[in-house]
Design a protein around this ligand. Structure first.
Ligand code: UDP
Ligand code: MG
Length: 334
């Protein structure tokens, strides 16, 4: 028997969770030779997600949950689930059934064929807002050009991974996590399988424009120092142009004589330079902010409660320790 953990980050998903469990379990129940367990991560939901999860955990043995003390973001949710998992394989998927569970048998087949990982990508973005698709496409193009980690356009966070790969991901302890980049960065042999986009049936998207922009920025800044290099190149180009212009002015003054008017050119140069300096400081600042956040070594998430610990040997060890203590104290009494 092989054990598979299904990690599901959930943020205000109270309406959809039972449907998610029902649909997914229908598929995985029929797969022979594999036992499935769910690790739901309640990412500080403000609705009744936790109550629903607790109810499910009471009804079904294979439902586990970790509940955060506040909203730490999907990336932290994925991390907590992976860290809490101990199956031979781990599947990461969304709670809203936009990641079709029907792909799971295909993923298992791919892993059995010797791949370390099987990941899904959408063949289209039907039903998504045009503006989101446009920015998303631009981001992946830009990201793949700038950074060493190549992420296929349309890749989603739906994948099955071997224990070894999961352990490598968990060993990366950076705080500002961009999972898609980390999945790619750790390497391993990944097979990509396509699926038709599914629109969200229950609930609404938890990613607004600002969150998506932050996500894109995290993606680029976590995996590339190209923007810093760009600042240096810009500085070099501006300095070189300035020298050429200075020589030109000098020669013209010597030949033609003094030239008082020049307000327009002066002010334009001043404004452009000012703008470029501001942008440069902004870029450098973003990196410093990242160093600042990382150096504090705060935990990636804080779990308030969980029913996972019961499964781990932690409690057993504690019981033995107590017994050992009792033995020693009774010996001391003698
Ligand atoms: N999610 C989360 N924390 C957040 C935002 C989202 O755990 O702060 C979860 C959410 O519950 C869902 C998954 O991440 O299971 C994907 O979110 P969503 O469906 O809203 O994103 P979209 O499909 O629009 O990209
Ligand atoms: Mg979704």
């Amino acid at each position: 028997m092989k054990y598979v953990d299904i990690v599901v980050p959930c943020y205000n998903e109270q309406e959809g969770l039972t449907a998610f469990y029902r649909e997914t379990d229908k598929i995985v129940n029929g797969i022979e030779g594999y036992a499935f367990r769910y690790i739901f991560v309640n990412d500080g939901s403000s609705d009744d997600t936790l109550i629903v999860l607790k109810g499910m955990a009471q009804t079904y043995d294979n439902v586990k949950y970790i509940s955060f003390s506040r909203n730490f973001g999907k990336e932290a949710g994925i991390y907590a689930g992976l860290e809490g998992s101990d199956g031979d394989y781990v599947i990461v998927m969304d709670a809203d059934l936009q990641h079709p569970p029907a792909l799971i048998p295909k993923m298992i087949e791919s892993i059995e064929n010797g791949h370390d990982c099987c990941a899904a990508y959408r063949t289209n973005r039907k039903g998504e807002k045009k503006i989101r698709s446009f920015f998303s496409r631009a981001f992946y193009k830009f990201n793949n050009r700038l950074t060493d980690v190549k992420i296929p356009y349309n890749a989603v966070d739906f994948r099955m991974m071997s224990r070894q790969m999961v352990d490598s991901i968990v060993s990366i302890s950076e705080r500002q996590r961009f999972s898609k980049g980390i999945f790619s960065w750790v390497g391993f042999d990944t097979e990509w399988i396509p699926y038709e986009n599914v629109e969200r049936q229950i609930g609404t998207t938890k990613f607004n424009f600002k969150k998506l922009m932050r996500y894109a920025l995290d993606g680029i800044l976590s995996f590339s120092v190209a923007p810093l290099k760009l600042v240096a190149v810009m500085g070099f180009i501006i300095s070189a142009s300035a020298i050429i212009y200075a020589i030109f002015i000098l020669i013209r003054t010597l030949v033609v004589g003094k030239d008082a008017p020049g307000y327009a050119s002066t002010i334009i140069i001043l404004l452009i330079l000012g703008g470029i300096i501001e942008i440069s400081i902004g870029i450098v600042g973003e990196y410093i902010a990242r160093v600042f956040t990382e150096i504090k070594h705060r935990p990636i998430y804080i779990a308030k409660e969980s029913n996972l610990a019961k499964d781990k040997s932690g409690q057993e060890v504690r019981k033995e320790e107590v017994e050992d203590c009792e033995k020693t104290s009774s010996q001391a009494d003698k």
